[in-house]
Design a protein around this ligand. Structure first.
Ligand SMILES: O=C(O)CCC(=O)C(=O)O
Length: 314
């Protein structure tokens, strides 16, 4: 193991492959050009469909430094971040046994309720090889100016402010890397992971660093389904909506190009399929809520999103 850097490292299990039918879609999401993303229009789109896809909002230079920092986060022996998750494929190189899997701390990690193992040190492996298994990185904006600048980009913060109708705070950031063959992020609502009052306007934004396509694991959404409110989540391949609750109606894939930004409601059901290409798919995701928000406890969140205690099965 490498020297401790006050980092938390998570080793996920091998995740069972999803049924390909779960990501068949009725169509593709329609975007608006950056110069058409007027506040009123964007607000209406968010209210109606639960997301706004803005094309060409960021320039190549907006993304360049952030992408370099993200690469460093995945390859460094001393990454400037709080937490790193590795895909199940790394287990074979570390001889981790599933018998030692435990529920990983969802509180600090915000990862929900997946089984796996965690530690305080990166595995002592060739960094370039190890980087092939990185799935997620969290807690990096304070030490990576390019990734921070992206979260504070005036066009982004301006639209986020319009969409949540008050001064926003960034309360979570994550980088999401889907290696070739990388696992699915099953259908879920982000608010099922946050201890925030149900009526809080929570906004996620998702920014790819290369083309995001149905083949490499782009976003898929249930257009308009945020209006139905919370859905029960279950511990299955992840903390997720039951596969049989993911309807085909209004299921859209959201292909994106570098420069595009997806703004989406914290109650919008969404997921990303396995990466079927030989290239990594890179993205960052930032979450904003009003500055004034007061957190609730786990019990309050699980009352809305937890399956326990409800007469529902999956
Ligand atoms: O980027 C991905 O693959 C999925 C990200 C996501 O939906 C999440 O982590 O909440």
């Amino acid at each position: 193991m490498t020297e401790a850097d006050n980092i938390e490292v998570f080793f996920e299990p091998e995740v069972e492959r999803h049924d390909p039918a779960l990501y068949q879609h009725e169509g593709l999401a329609t975007g608006i050009k950056a110069d058409e993303a007027l506040a009123d229009r964007a607000r209406k789109m968010l209210a109606d469909q639960g997301f706004v896809l803005v094309q060409g909002l960021l320039s190549a230079s907006d993304l360049e430094t952030a992408a370099k920092e993200l690469r460093e986060l995945t390859t460094s022996n001393h990454p400037r971040c709080d937490m790193i998750w590795f895909e199940g494929g790394l287990r074979h190189h570390l001889q981790l046994s599933s018998e030692d899997d435990r529920e990983m701390d969802g509180k600090r990690a915000g990862s929900g309720f997946t089984l796996g193992q965690s530690g305080q040190q990166l595995p002592r492996l060739d960094p370039a090889f190890r980087a092939n298994f990185v799935r997620k990185v969290m807690g990096f904006v304070d030490r990576n100016p390019g990734l921070r600048a992206l979260a504070q980009h005036p066009e982004i913060v301006g639209l986020v402010t319009e969409l949540i109708a008050t001064s926003p705070q960034l309360f979570q950031e994550m980088a999401l890397i889907k290696p070739p063959g990388g696992r699915e992020k099953p259908w879920h609502q982000d608010q099922a992971y946050f201890n925030l009052p149900l009526d809080t306007p929570v906004l996620g934004i998702w920014i790819p660093f290369g083309s995001a396509t149905p083949m490499n694991g782009c976003m898929h959404v249930l257009k308009g389904a945020h209006r139905q409110g919370p859905r029960p989540h279950f511990k299955r391949r992840d903390w997720q909506i039951c596969d049989t609750d993911v309807e085909m109606k209004e299921r859209l894939a959201v292909p994106m190009e570098p420069g595009d930004v997806l703004f989406f409601d914290g109650k919008l059901p969404h997921g990303t399929p396995i990466n079927q290409t030989n290239e990594q798919r890179w993205a960052v995701q930032y979450h904003y809520c009003p500055k004034s928000v007061v957190q609730v406890d786990d019990a309050e969140r699980l009352k809305a999103f937890g399956s326990e205690g409800k007469n529902v099965t999956c």
